[in-house]
Design a protein around this ligand. Sequence first.
Ligand code: C5P
Length: 406
Amino acid sequence: MLVGVAGGIAAYKACHLIRDFTEHGDDVRVIPTEAALNFVGAATFEALSGHPVSTTVFDAVDEVQHVALGQQADAVVIAPATADLIARLACGRADDLLSASVLVATCPVIIAPAMHTEMWLNPATQDNVATLRRRGVIVMEPAHGRLTGVDSGAGRLPEPGQIAEFARTIIAGHRVDHDWHGLKVVISAGGTQENLDPVRYLGNRSSGRQGFALGEVAAQRGADVTIVAGNTDALPIPSGASVVRVTSTRDMHKAMNAEAADADIVIMAAAVSDYRPASVADSKMKKGAADEDLAHLELVENPDILKGLVERRENGDLKRDAIIVGFAAETGDAHTTVLEYAQQKLLKKGCDVLMANEVGEGKVFGQPTSAGWILRKGADPVEVEPGSKQVVAAQILNVVNEILER
Ligand code: C5P
């Protein structure tokens, strides 16, 4: 395994990451950039990895090191990746040993960015990240929190333990020639919208990020991934996944039933409108006393797609051993905790796995991060520490994989 380290203050955290990998038995070669050595000395990386360290293509030329390291790697994990390194990789530069090795590597490349929020959000960086993702590079979402100075925001390096766990999920998928090769995974993502009239709708704040992250990780494991996406146009389509776009709950219901028929894993990550207007006006509804439609909406209940999928499995309309995963967005109240509500929901819906999120006050919905519990029939809940939706996706799919392996 290659661990790349770019020149940012978070470079010191790469030491914990390298330690984590070596303790799990990985043979790690560290390639820092020249700038990284301003933060951590080569001696530290050499001692931690047990291998010599260089930054340039002109060392060990007789061993053709600039090609050999990338060719031999089973994974490249770069943490931290700075805006400058991301720009160089997006351009396909090979002006130091790390960028040259990435250009040679055909194994999974996982990048954990760390930089100030402004640099991360700059369109130049976002375009470079999109370019890398389109080429199949796995770019982790940076964490939110304290940055180098007094400022805080998006751009913090995810915790080394999270990067290592996430990388292991991706690598495990690739090592055995994609462990989910031949499996069909169908995921609903985003929120449904219910039309009131030609210009208005009832909807929710779901961004679709969790569903798309699940699609990204499942595709990295080699699965055939279909995302049934409600209103998520701004999100990039994960490499290797296809998307069916829907608007209303009834559209999503139809698409999920059709796509799930031959699926091995079905995940309802979408936020589905439970009700829709009883009728949709042909022309824009007007406010005012003469027309009270807007003040008193009559709603009718939508189908419960998740519950319906569990019933379809029982009736033989889905594969009998299909694994069905649901989500629960809960706030809890004075009498019942989020976890208790989620446990009730697992039983009510009849799915095999349920990811329970505590929502509200800027938590989870529309945010890049998530946390909560993964519940499974007949097993203790697993607490999920706050992390990016990709990291959470990897943990959910690891639980699904345990069920697959039984
Ligand atoms: O009942 P509640 O909306 O809290 O359940 C959440 C789970 O059920 C999610 O997995 C969501 O995608 C799914 N759901 C559904 N159809 C609905 C409402 C929710 O499939 N009409």
